[in-house]
Design a binder for this molecule. Structure first.
Ligand code: SF4
Ligand code: SF4
Length: 207
C-alpha cells in the first residue's frame, strides 16, 4: 500500500494523479507569487470555465483586456477603477469558452493562469455548492507522499486552512480561502489580510 492510498482510503472511484505533494505546493506557491503559471493536467476538463465564476482582470493585464470584448467586462466591485470582472452566461459558462476550449487561451487572464483545483484537495476546503463539477474534479485528485516532509507540509497546510476558514470564511470564495491558506504564515497573518491575487474574484464578491 502506498502512502497516498493510506492517507485517502476509498476517497474516490476514479483517482487522478496530483503529483508529489511537496512539489505541487512549491509550484502553487510560486504561481500565487506570480512567478509561474499553474500547470494542471486538466485532460480536457473545462469545469472551472463553466462554474459561474467572475474572473478578475487587473488593470495591468493589457493583453487579456485587448482580447476580451469590452462589452463582456464590468467594473470590479469594491476595487479601484480599472479592475474588471469577466462574467458568465445563463449556463454559468465563461463567454470566452468556445467549442469546448478557451478561445483566448494564449491571452487568458492571470486568474485563469493561476487557477488549480488541486488546491481544494490539498487544503480540504470545500468548493461552493454552486460549482458541483469543480467539486467533483477536486475530489478525484490524489497526491503522493514520498517523505515525512510531504506529510508534515500537508498537515501544516490543513491546519492553516482550518484557521483561515474560521477567520475569513464569511468574506472570501473557496478558492480565495484556499489561496490564502497556502500563503498563511502564523507569525505574520494574525489579522485578516487583503484577498490574494490568485483568487479569481475580487474581495468578497460572491455569487
Ligand atoms: S476544474 Fe480543475 S481540472 Fe478542470 S479545467 Fe479547472 S483546473 Fe483543470
Ligand atoms: S478566459 Fe478562458 S480559461 Fe478563463 S474562464 Fe474563460 S474560457 Fe476559461
Amino acid at each position: 500500500m502506498t502512502e497516498s492510498q493510506r492517507r485517502y482510503p476509498g476517497s474516490v472511484d476514479e483517482p487522478l494523479a496530483a503529483g508529489r505533494f511537496s512539489a505541487w505546493l512549491d509550484d502553487m506557491r510560486a504561481a500565487i507569487r506570480g512567478e509561474r503559471e499553474a500547470d494542471v493536467p486538466c485532460a480536457g476538463c473545462t469545469a472551472c470555465c463553466q462554474a459561474s465564476q467572475f474572473i478578475h482582470v487587473e488593470p495591468d493585464e493589457t493583453d487579456a483586456l485587448d482580447h476580451i470584448p469590452a462589452e463582456l467586462l464590468f467594473p470590479a466591485p469594491r476595487l479601484p477603477a480599472g479592475h474588471k470582472v469577466l462574467g458568465y452566461d445563463e449556463h454559468g459558462r465563461c463567454p470566452m469558452l468556445v467549442d469546448g476550449g478557451c478561445s483566448i487561451y494564449e491571452h487568458r487572464p492571470r486568474a485563469c493562469r493561476t487557477y488549480d483545483c488541486r488546491i481544494f484537495a490539498a487544503t480540504g476546503i470545500e468548493v461552493e455548492e454552486a460549482q458541483p463539477e469543480v467539486a467533483a474534479r477536486a475530489r478525484r485528485w490524489v497526491f503522493t507522499f514520498e517523505t515525512k516532509e510531504d506529510t508534515a507540509l500537508y498537515d501544516a497546510l490543513r491546519a492553516a486552512a482550518r484557521h483561515v476558514v474560521e477567520r475569513d470564511g464569511s468574506s472570501l470564495t473557496a478558492n480565495g480561502l484556499a489561496v490564502r491558506a497556502l500563503s498563511f504564515e502564523p507569525d505574520r497573518d494574525s489579522e485578516a489580510t487583503p484577498a490574494p491575487r490568485a483568487d479569481r474574484t475580487p474581495p468578497r464578491t460572491r455569487r
